[in-house]
Structures are given as C-alpha cells and as structure tokens.
Unconditional design. Structure first.
Length: 295
C-alpha cells in the first residue's frame, strides 16, 4: 500500500497548499486583477498537484512512457484511442436514449439552439472531454495504476484507483465573494469543497456509478497494458454528458426520477446499472483485441 499512500499524500499536500496559500496569493493579486478567490484556489491546487505528480512519479519510478500508459507506438495509440472514443460515444448515447424514453430528460433547450451554435458546442465539448480524459487517465490509470499494480497486484490496483477516481468527482465548487474573504477563507474553501462527503447518502448513487466506471476503465487498462482505450472511452462518455447537460435538463419530478442522481442530474442508478451491464462485454472486447495484437 506504499504507492497508494504516496498518491493520497499528494492530494493531502495539495489541499493543504490551497488552504494555506490561497489567501496570501489573493492579497497579492486582488489589487491588480479581478480574479475570484475560489479560482485562485483552484489554480493553486492544480499547480500543487502537477508539481507533486512529477515528484511522486519520479520517486516511484513512473517517469517513463510505459509506466504512464503511453507504451504503444503513436499510430497504434491514436487508433485505439479513436476506437475507444467511438465506443464511448455509442454506449453513452444508448444511456441518453433510455433516459429520454423513460421521460427523465426535458429537451426544451435543444429547440432554441441553431445549427452553427450546436456545431460549436459539440466541438468545444469534445475538446473538454479529451482534456479531462487526458489528465485523469494519465494520473489514475497511468501512473497510479502502474504503481499499485507493481506493489499489490491487479485487483488492489483496480479497486483503489476506482475508489479514488469516484471520490475525486465530489470536490465541490465553492464561491467566496471578495467582501467575505478573510485570512481563514482558504480553510473555508477547502472544508466547503469537501462537504458532499459529510452527507454521503446524498451522493451514494453517483459515487457507486463513478466507482463502477473506474473499475471498467481499470480493467481495460489491465487488458490492454496502456491507457489508449481508456482515454478514448472516457473522453467519449464525458463528451456526450457535457453536450446533454447543455441541451437537456433532468426531470426530478418524473416517476423514475430517482434513477438520475441529485448530484449532477445524470450519473446515478441508471448509469450504474448500464455500466455493470457493459463491464463484461467491454472487458472481453479489449482482452480479445489485445490478444490478437500480441499473437
């Protein structure tokens, strides 16, 4: 568990840096720039994680392409990523279709957007999905998975990366107005961003769904030996979700509204069930694909 402890320590240090450094940095920047306090905290946290990630990766012997999940030749990596992207889009569109058929989504927003704006939205959300997937897969199924698998085996690596992956989605966004900023606002920013965990029953469905997604991605990582497919699947799922968030709204008053999480109006019991249903076919698909490539 030493490797996992290092990654938990990395998050703890980043949180501590946010709590301690955000207020002094805000004091320096606020007279000259109108940066929101929470935005400064977010950037400090991202910087601390990035620097810490590099240091931890080097310390654990992960500073090479294969350990980070990029061991495939570039052309093959891109092909596998694009295959995963297509598969991710198709499988998530099925979920959206089921949501619509069950009356869980209200699409009035979609009727107000023109073709040009829709095209811009689709392209912008694709880029967002790729960036999110690149960061999270390099960290979770790249470096972290490799480190834990080397030390504790596949099962522990799959479980721990999935749990941390799920937990990382519940760091809430906090807004602190300039007039309310005090020397303790950095601590408040941290504690309030973790409030969701204090009411865990309210996020249980979303947490389990995201943990299941993390398990599937980790199994694909194990089957393929790299993160190309993980990156594509992840980006495809996020891409569709982001577009749907812009075009539709969840219907909490629908008879089956409980199938959508109150956390984000999307990831919940329905997504959990679909993910569990997909897990075995996706595993077999990539296991056979990897076996053909090595034979």
């Amino acid at each position: 568990m030493r490797a996992f402890t290092w990654f938990l320590l990395l998050f703890a240090v980043a949180f501590a840096v946010v709590a301690v450094a955000t207020y002094p940095v805000w004091l320096l920047l606020h007279p000259h720039f109108d940066f929101p306090f929470h935005r400064i905290g977010e950037r400090i946290g991202m910087l601390a994680l990035a620097v810490g990630f590099v240091l931890v990766a080097r310390h654990l012997g992960l500073a090479d392409r294969a350990s980070l999940g990029y061991g495939l030749p570039r052309r093959l990596f891109v092909r596998e990523m694009l295959t995963g992207l297509a598969l991710g889009v198709v499988t998530m569109l099925v979920v959206v279709g089921v949501m619509s058929a069950l009356g869980l989504l209200e699409w009035s927003r979609a009727s107000t957007i023109g073709a040009g704006a829709l095209a811009q939205l689709i392209v912008a959300r694709l880029l967002s999905g790729l960036i999110v997937a690149l960061i999270e897969e390099t960290f979770m199924r790249g470096a972290m998975y490799t480190a834990i698998e080397r030390e504790s085996g596949v099962r522990i690596a799959v479980l721990l990366t999935a749990l941390l992956y799920a937990a990382s989605h519940f760091f809430g966004k906090v807004r602190i107005a300039p007039d309310d900023v005090t020397a303790w606002s950095g601590v408040a920013l941290l504690t309030q961003s973790l409030q969701a965990f204090a009411h865990f029953s309210g996020i249980l469905d979303a947490f389990l769904a995201l943990a299941a997604v993390g398990v599937v991605l980790a199994l694909v990582r194990h089957a393929t030996g790299n993160i190309a497919a993980c990156l594509g699947l992840h980006a495809g799922w996020v891409w569709v979700m982001l577009v749907v968030h812009e075009l539709a709204a969840p219907r909490a008053d629908a008879p089956l509204g409980f199938l959508l999480s109150r956390f984000d109006g999307f990831v919940g019991w329905l997504v959990l069930g679909w993910t569990l249903l997909l897990s075995v076919p996706i595993w077999h698909f990539y296991a056979r694909r990897a076996a053909r490539r090595t034979s």
